[in-house]
Design a protein around this ligand. Structure first.
Ligand SMILES: Nc1nc2c(ncn2[C@@H]2O[C@H](COP(=O)(O)OP(=O)(O)OP(=O)(O)O)[C@@H](O)[C@H]2O)c(=O)[nH]1
Length: 443
């Protein structure tokens, strides 16, 4: 039998009300011991928590009888006054009764093990707890509602039907395969493969919403990259000095832009240098620029070296900075030499002009890149790996053909197990450990 676990479900620290959650077979016994009675399941009861005749706190107590609970086990919730002293007393009592503190994600893991959630829904809970932007909240909620399972459940059903057809061919090797059947099988595999391919394509958007849209600020030393980073963040995270080469490593920070979260990177200025540390910084800056979803170049339009525009590509955003001291004609000259299809902005970060227009443009950019009427189902690398695996299996099955139907069937079976792993039906213990350990405690 599982040990009963407890944890603070609300945030750490002093609070008006804190919620402690219990799950496991001793939940009822603990309520009985502290409250002196067992309330009707799922009804909140106000009462005194008493130990050896001494009142510890006045609390709101809830009892959930399994399987009608979040974890599927018997559960309890104590809504107590959130002081360290009350918590310490209750934790002491729980431990003396043989309960233990929950590990990160243990409540969700029990819910998963008891079939209350599939793995994608458990992940969605973690995402919902972490959500900062409106889009992250909506995406996580859709996944929690089973949006993922519905879509892939359909694909899984199709795979099972395909397998049945192919196995019928295996079982009757002497029969001629009707052309209509082989055409249907091939057609179904192709259709499924293209559905999976478009889900993989769209999962980029899922990742961008979930982790943040990556914006790398790039440019020569002293152009004003750190100044722009700070202006966008509205704080002084990055060090700004007149010394070229101040930023050495990549600095990153989250910001909210409209309904979305972006990850902004300030990078080392790009130039030739013999300095080993700076060279490494420049290598990292270039790598960050290559993997970013958007590159935001900063150019010092008052400097002659600003005329080097190498590295800027179509689609990039370019900020012509230090407009307060740019010579007349210099900015127009730069604009004339820009590659096609870059988005140009003029700023003076010293006098804080031009940044509003940039903010508005970034918000519109994210809105265009990330918003569609539906949210992508796949949001994590783990999902993408499984989808790619299923796609590769279907590809192989198509290549094999009906000469050896048993090999074809084997590939379809492997595609099925990729889907099963997606929902946690077959994932091995280590994978589950890894996923649930990234949850917060109390979830
Ligand atoms: N006149 C003027 N000075 C600016 C402007 N923006 C930034 N500066 C100054 O330019 C210098 C360099 O700014 P940073 O933001 O550190 O530039 P950076 O591109 O991050 O520099 P590195 O870390 O060397 O790559 C600082 O002294 C800033 O105050 C501007 O619009 N006008």
């Amino acid at each position: 039998m599982k040990q009963t676990i407890f944890a603070l479900a609300s945030a750490q620290g002093r609070a008006g009300v804190s919620v402690i959650r219990l799950s496991g077979p001793q939940s009822a016994e603990v309520i009985q011991a502290l409250l002196g009675r067992l309330p009707k399941p799922r009804f909140a009861t106000l009462g005194r928590l008493v130990q050896d005749g001494e009142t510890i706190d006045q609390a709101l107590v809830l009892y959930f009888k399994g399987p009608h609970s979040f974890t599927g086990e018997d559960c309890a919730e104590f809504h107590i006054h959130g002081s360290r002293a009350v918590l310490d007393r209750l934790y002491g009592i729980f431990r003396s009764m043989g309960l233990r503190h929950a590990e990160a994600g243990e409540f969700s893991r029990r819910a998963f093990e008891n079939g209350k959630l599939d793995l994608t829904q458990a992940e969605a809970i973690s995402d919902l707890v972490e959500a900062e932007s409106e889009a992250q909240r909506q995406q996580a909620l859709m996944q929690l509602d089973g949006g993922f399972r519905e879509r892939y459940g359909q694909w899984r059903d199709n795979l099972i039907k395909l397998l049945a057809h192919i196995e019928a061919i295996v079982d009757f090797p002497d029969e001629d395969i009707p052309e209509s059947l082989s055409d249907k099988i091939v057609g179904d595999i192709i259709a499924l493969k293209s559905d999976i391919a478009s889900a993989i394509d769209d999962s980029r958007r899922g990742r961008q919403i979930r982790e943040g849209y990556r914006i790398a600020i790039m440019g020569k030393p002293n152009a004003g990259k750190s100044s722009l980073f700070n202006a966008l963040l509205e704080n002084d995270t990055a060090i700004v000095t007149p010394i070229a080469g101040t930023t050495r490593d990549v600095i990153e920070s989250h910001i909210r832009i409209g309904n979305y979260t972006a990850l902004i990177y300030d990078t080392a200025g790009l130039r030739e240098t013999d300095d080993v540390v700076e060279s490494e910084g420049i290598r990292r800056a270039r790598a960050r620029g290559d993997t970013a979803d958007l590159r935001l170049w900063v150019i010092d339009s008052s400097e002659s070296q600003a005329s080097d525009l190498s590295g800027i590509r179509a689609g990039d955003y370019v900020v012509l900075n230090k407009s307060d001291r740019a010579e007349a004609g210099k900015i127009d000259d730069l604009k004339a030499r820009m590659p096609d299809d870059v988005h140009l902005f003029e700023t003076s970060l010293l006098t804080d002009t031009g940044t509003d227009a940039l903010r508005v443009a970034l918000e519109a950019h994210l809105e265009k890149a990330l918003s569609l009427s539906t949210f992508p189902a796949a949001t994590r690398e783990r999902h993408m790996e499984r989808l790619r695996e299923a796609e590769a299996c279907l590809d192989r099955a198509l290549g094999i053909g009906f000469g050896t139907p048993e090999l074809m069937a084997e590939d379809i079976r492997q595609a099925l197990s990729a889907f099963d792993a997606l929902f946690g039906r077959t994932d091995v213990e280590q994978v589950l450990d890894h996923i649930f350990s990234s949850f917060c405690i109390g979830k």
